[in-house]
Design a protein around this ligand. Structure first.
Ligand code: SAH
Length: 365
């Protein structure tokens, strides 16, 4: 414990640590060390950005996808998925629900498509939301596109973009994606997002088959070296109709380990990246339905993304098994989270686009 404590204190003070030490901290599971890591990360969050949690209304507007990622339930070759794409009006209805409930911002997420109809549709969604709510924040999460497309969506009014690198282990990246998904292209897309002026976020899946603690330590160093503004990460969860999910052993002990590892990743991301936005994700909640979301916040995360899309379609955006399909609206989600967070000493930020402090600091420099 005293070794671990000294390392956590060094990170807290702003020192950097080599990959092996980060890997050591990631692998901790004894309750005292883990509590210390999480509480110092949360203390740093309070010191740098306060105890306000940002809500983003998540609209999963289409599950049509041209990719065949080996882990993902809505991969192109999963024939049993009922495919849908929402209209601009349907997206605006979901977004309005969140923004009328003072969330301050929305996330538009979908499967990946790069045809002109799709690019145009997303542009219209952004314009419609910004026309009605000029001061809201909009995050897009639609995968790899060209620099031109990123520029169009940014010009239309979206400020933030989430594109996970999934893993920085290039061999593992190729193993879990179809042949047309290239690590080099994913990396280029992240640079293009920054070039297009987006507040850029990325992240990884945690505890992928074959992934090591050193891989995850290198992921953290990558986030820092890329000077990212936002991080979204969650545990890998198998989906039975996917190549990676079919053979994965998903028992209680593996779930517990994946939850601890995910919380350790959040805490270390906070200590290393300081004032970025970090999401407490649905995947974490899936593995620990009663406490997952709040545990993420108490380990240093500061963003939660309740689903505000059309209720009848939520069950069709099944990225992994057991993904909770909530049937509550934005107002109810806010009331529930307000209560849960109050018990943890945190509050919901009201009516702000919720840009990361890291970004605001960067543009002032
Ligand atoms: N098409 C968009 C959005 C993808 S879904 C894009 O490519 O960015 C959002 C995230 O869900 C993915 O980046 C991936 O990290 C995560 N995800 C997909 N399948 C998962 C699984 N089986 N377990 C955990 N996370 C998964």
């Amino acid at each position: 414990m005293s070794d671990a404590k000294a390392l956590v204190d060094a990170l807290f003070a702003g020192d950097s640590l080599p990959e092996e030490k980060l890997a050591f901290l990631l692998g901790m599971s004894d309750p005292d060390s883990v509590d210390y890591l999480h509480s110092k990360a949360n203390e740093l969050k309070h010191r740098l950005i306060g105890n306000k949690v940002y809500l983003r209304g998540l609209v999963e507007f289409s599950n049509v996808c041209s990719c065949d990622c080996l882990y993902c339930g809505i991969r192109k070759s999963n024939d049993s998925v009922h495919r849908y794409t929402m209209s601009v009006d349907e997206v605006l209805a979901g977004a309005s629900q969140a923004l009328d409930a003072d969330f301050g911002s929305v996330v538009l997420q979908s499967g990946e498509r790069s045809d002109e109809n799709f690019v145009d549709l997303v542009e219209k969604m952004i314009l419609a939301i910004k026309n009605k709510y000029p001061d809201c924040g909009i995050t897009i999460s639609c995968g790899e596109e060209s620099l031109d497309v990123y520029r169009r969506w940014h010009d239309a009014g979206a400020e933030r973009y989430l594109l996970r690198i999934e893993t920085t282990n290039q061999k593992l990246f190729q193993d879990i994606h179809d042949a047309k998904s290239l690590y080099s292209k994913r990396l280029q897309a992240l640079h293009d997002l920054q070039e297009a002026g987006f507040i850029t976020g990325s992240g990884v899946m945690i505890a992928l088959p074959g992934q090591t603690l050193s891989d995850l330590a290198r992921d953290l160093i990558f986030f820092r070296d890329m000077d990212l503004d936002m991080i979204g990460m969650g545990p890998f969860i198998p989906h039975p109709a996917t190549p990676l999910g079919a053979s994965f052993k998903d028992d209680d002990s593996s779930r517990r380990q994946r939850v601890i590892l995910s919380l350790n990743m959040i805490a270390l991301a906070r200590l290393l990246l300081r004032d970025v936005n970090i999401a407490s994700t649905t995947a974490l909640q899936t593995l620990d339905p009663s406490r997952g979301i709040v545990s993420g916040i108490l380990a240093g995360a500061n963003v939660i993304m309740p689903n505000v899309g059309e209720k009848t379609l939520r069950k069709d955006y099944l990225l992994y098994a057991g993904k909770p399909v909530s049937d509550i609206d934005a107002k109810q989600a806010k009331a529930k989270l307000t209560e849960l967070l109050a018990a943890a000493g945190e509050e919901i930020a009201v009516g702000t686009p919720g840009h990361p402090a890291h970004y605001l600091r960067r543009i002032r420099q």
